[in-house]
Design a protein around this ligand. Structure first.
Ligand code: SF4
Length: 173
């Protein structure tokens, strides 16, 4: 029986990115699918954004990080993404792992660029807005980003962490 693992939908080949494309990752769809039963989530589509859609980014307004349209400045999904992340993160507590799309303002695990309102770098990075809530709701959940799965040692380490966590969940149940 395969282990339930959440995944950013675009990594499975679903055409849900802002430009209508996908980011299918062969390690995710082939090598790791032998072990994992995927539960795909695209938070941007889930909060009602269309595909294709204007791109969004993380922005520092001097007090907090917001999620706003890059060129379409009327788009702001800060609260919608935080609410969805909290709700979905709590709902997905039964998963044994999660693979996130790197660099995404929604799904990125870490090192996602944060900009000032004028478009210049804010000087620090963050997790994506959905990923942050997901990880806060599930602090023990093994999480990895797809870029790091190209490294065999990191890939093996992630699979081991998922197996251990899955076993621990079953012992606890
Ligand atoms: Fe992929 Fe996440 Fe962006 Fe959706 S929000 S397209 S799942 S990176």
């Amino acid at each position: 029986q395969r282990i339930p693992v959440g995944v950013s939908s675009c990594l499975l080949g679903e055409e849900v990115r802002y430009d209508g494309t996908h980011k299918r990752n062969p390690f995710v769809t082939e090598a790791l699918s032998r072990y994992f039963e995927y539960v795909p989530v695209c938070p941007e589509v889930a909060i009602g954004l269309s595909t294709p859609r204007p791109p969004i980014r993380l922005e520092w307004d001097g007090e907090r990080v917001r999620v706003r349209g890059v060129r379409h400045r009327s788009i702001e999904v800060t609260e919608a993404m935080a609410d969805y992340g909290r709700r979905k993160g709590a709902e997905l507590g039964w998963l044994s792992g999660y693979i996130l799309k790197s660099k995404s303002p929604s799904c990125g695990m870490e090192r996602v660029k944060v900009y000032k309102e004028d478009g210049h770098p804010a000087g620090f990075s963050s997790a994506g807005a959905y990923a942050r809530q997901l990880m806060e709701q599930n602090p023990l959940l093994p999480v990895e980003e797809e870029g790091r799965l190209n490294d065999p040692a990191l890939r093996e380490g992630f699979v081991c962490r998922v197996f251990c966590y899955h076993r621990w969940q079953r012992l606890r149940a």
